[in-house]
Design a protein around this ligand. Sequence first.
Ligand SMILES: [Zn+2]
Length: 495
Amino acid sequence: MFSLTQDPIDSSSLTSQMSNPQAGALVVFEGLVRNHNEGQAVASLEYESYSDLALLEAEKILNEARSLYDVFEIQCVHRIGHLNIKEIAVWVGVTSAHRKDGFKACQYVIDELKVRLPIWKKEYYLSGDATWVNCQQCSHTHHSIAKEDYYEKQLQISEIGEKGQKILEESHLFVIGAGGLGCPALTYLATAGVGHITLCDADRVDPSNLHRQTLYQKDDIGKLKAPIAAQRLSQMNPHIEVDYCSDRLTAENIESLITDFDLVLDCSDNFTTKFLVHDYCYDQKIPLVQSSLYQFEGQIRLFDERSGGCLRCTWPEEPEASCTGTCTQAGTLGAVAGVFGSLQALEALKVLLKIPTTEETRILNLLTFESFSLVQDRDLDCPLCGRSATLIPFKKENYIRKVKEWEVSDRSLQNLRDYEWVDIRLPEERKKETLPQPALELPFHRDALMPLEPYTNLDPNKKYLLVCSEGLRSRMLAEQLRTIGFEHFYSYGLD
Ligand SMILES: [Zn+2]
């Protein structure tokens, strides 16, 4: 809650209102009117505000602080009108489980309020003079680096120059995923000066992300990635605008999220998102740069109007999600993700700057440095770009997967207790996350020759819930067992 007031701020009454029994810390900041400023003796001061805008912007700042730090409640009051020495000009109160988050959120709020609110301060001096004071110099050094200095080195490149820089500045990009590929891609797009970036990621920072997702730090563990990434990118380059969405991109929301962008970068790690985004961008004629990784190997491809064929020419149907490994199961190395994320940023910059690039899928093995390219001709029977395409125009119904009746989605423990649990995760995953109830631990690996006896020998009169982290491996295994007649297996994903 943020409010503006003409009346003196009563700190103790505001503090007493912040009483969350779960809170381990209450951090209160009082900004006071002092009797001097820059060598002048101050007698009193006056705040004038553009109140409607100030209220809107302040709520935005409070929301940002809430998503960046683990806090219960943030309250803030700003004085306007005439103030005397020692009176409270701004009051911020934060309750949190731990003091660290409370301090950080409090500092974030006060720093951002000082530079972003349309509130102006006039100082009255003992000498009888008065002057309007620029508050920005008291806080951040926003925009203190001149653009020509920031971009000096890339302005020297003939393909960019001032004209190219202007094009980048006017571009608006949508980036899906702020993970292994997204972090390097976003970093180089932001620092190259892409004027407006919208990033979309619903995940929270996990300890296992930090070795490759360089926009995050140890203190970010457990927090949403999207607001942190947006904040770090804005700090790297103060000349651009970065906004974010922390919802998962789905068939339901893609039409409202991806509108009017010059290019989309797909840094996601799953087939469902890749096919959805690909088909939608094809329909909307938005250039798309996709990349994917598998251990030391990766591939990158640009889809735009010049493309020979589309993704559906190669894969008319979306492959079962379980047919390749995600990072959880396949493993991934930061430097490899860094290379391909940077390549994605580079391809995007080339498209925006109209620098010719390839239409082929480039595949690069970083272990051997072997590289090859795949040329995909247009398939006349392609369901998206073929003669009688069924997926155009875009319809969200085509992308909502029908959940099988044996895929358990009721997450209530009461329901889940009806099953015997079978944990099919890797030993290291088991160590990291304990299941909410005891489970039989059985081995699983993605291999057609995997012996199924440990499963088929289980009591056929019981219902077994195969559990993995994302629900992909369990789905694959349940399907496999059901195909050979063992219909007492069910699938469940923890996430
Ligand atoms: Zn096609």
